[in-house]
Design a protein around this ligand. Structure first.
Ligand code: PMP
Length: 405
């Protein structure tokens, strides 16, 4: 009977958003949700997205028929080139297959489901500690075990590289290792390319399966190729891997749910038949889960990705977003240092992407919320895009006060 269904807890992030909305103070600042805001704290429709929308609206050929099961072809092909690199050996050798998904979440889910059905190694997914809160439930929901590897050092507010390596070495052979290739959520801490190379060595030795979740390409450095460098390095080394790709942040298409899942096999004589078998299984999974992916966001992205002029304009838009975020990092750090706020604050500018892990305690986070109307997640993560020229003094002064208490 239905009354046996227990109450589930509210999603922490969306609960935070609700509390922010209810706050009537003119001082209130939302540093919770990971969505870009402009200097007026408003959502930003990328100018290139407006242009693409105009182009689509004026195209009399378009209709609302179903997309193919694997998605809009001129979206998925360009999405693959974008993340794997147009000259990727995996694309040249036809050993990659792509499936359009319900944004990045849908890509992670499809990958999880595929592994749950077909993965023959150690069926445990190792997640960074901490990681995006949804990872655990997505993998858990399809019956895979989850474990974690150390990632963030509270001492340095940077990467615990030794801890990470030791845990990946200690995991049973052929485990699944989830990796954030750039702009790690929630910490903003990424390995350097040399560290990625070292990790690739260990993952290869251990015959682990690298699973990439890339939600912020173009957001970390402002450079699309640089943000995909870790993925491309692994593929160049001949790894079998999967890549989840979101267009929510880099196109500002959050609610349109444009994303893509890519599977890549190792080079070899059977690689392209293997990949077509994988593609056929992904199509079955896709069919039973969502039947056909949504059109609008994919069409917007495809319009931009297939046009050199629009693509260049998109890169400019990306630089506007990543540049404003980097400015806010510098401004926050310099204010805290000027105020002599106890502790070190270099991690704010060392970390990259949408988020900063401030090192603030849960008690300090709650104090910021109650006394200063500043909203962030309990782990002290702030969304850098929530800062702007109007609220940064208030935020810096408030952090300074709670840290001193
Ligand atoms: N993975 C990570 C690490 C993320 O941070 C996010 C967005 N918060 C996603 C996946 C998925 O986002 P979306 O489904 O909106 O593309």
């Amino acid at each position: 009977p239905a009354d046996t269904v227990p109450q589930a807890p509210e999603d922490a992030l969306f609960g935070l958003a609700r509390a922010y909305k209810a706050d009537q103070s003119p001082l209130k600042v939302d540093l919770g949700i990971g969505a870009y805001r402009d200097d007026n704290a408003k959502p930003w429709v990328l100018p290139v997205v407006k242009k693409a929308d105009e182009i689509l609206r004026n195209n009399p050929e378009l209709n609302h028929e179903y997309a193919p099961i694997a998605g809009v072809p001129d979206f998925t092909s360009k999405a693959a080139e974008l993340i794997l690199g147009a000259d990727s050996p995996a694309l040249k050798e036809k050993r990659a297959t792509s499936m359009q998904t319900i944004s990045g979440t849908g890509a992670v889910h499809l990958g999880a489901l595929f592994l749950a059905k077909f993965y023959k190694g150690n069926r445990t997914v190792y997640l960074s500690n901490p990681t995006w809160a949804n990872h655990k439930q997505i993998f858990g929901n399809v019956g895979l075990q989850v474990a974690d590897y150390p990632y963030f050092s509270k001492k340095t507010n940077g990467l615990d590289f030794d801890g990470m390596k030791a845990a990946i070495r200690a995991a049973p052979d052929r485990s699944i290792i989830l990796l954030h290739p750039c702009a790690h959520n929630p910490t903003g801490v990424d390995p350097t390319l040399d560290q990625w190379k070292e990790l690739a060595g260990i993952i290869s030795q251990k015959k682990h399966f690298p699973f990439f979740d890339c939600a912020y390409q173009g957001f970390a450095s402002g450079n699309l190729a640089q943000d995909a460098a870790a993925i491309r390095y692994f593929i160049d080394q001949g790894f079998e891997t999967v890549v989840c790709q979101s267009f929510a942040k880099n196109f500002g298409l959050y609610g349109e749910r444009a994303g893509c899942f890519h599977a890549v096999t190792s080079p070899g004589p059977d690689a392209s038949t293997t990949i077509s078998r994988i593609g056929s299984q992904l199509a079955i999974l896709q069919r039973s889960e969502i039947s056909n992916p949504p059109l609008y966001g994919a069409r917007i992205a495809a319009t931009v990705l297939n046009d050199a002029t629009l693509f260049a304009e998109w890169e400019d838009n990306l630089k506007t977003m990543s540049g404003r975020i980097i400015t806010m990092r510098n401004e926050l750090r310099s204010r805290l240092e000027k105020l002599g706020t106890p502790g070190t604050w270099n991690h704010i500018t060392d970390q990259i992407g949408m988020f900063s892990f401030t090192g603030l305690s849960e008690a300090q986070v709650l104090k910021l919320r109650e006394d200063y109307h500043i909203y962030m997640t309990k782990n002290g993560r702030i969304s850098m895009a929530g800062l702007n020229s109007k609220n940064i003094d208030h935020v810096a002064n408030a952090i300074n006060k709670v840290v001193r208490e």
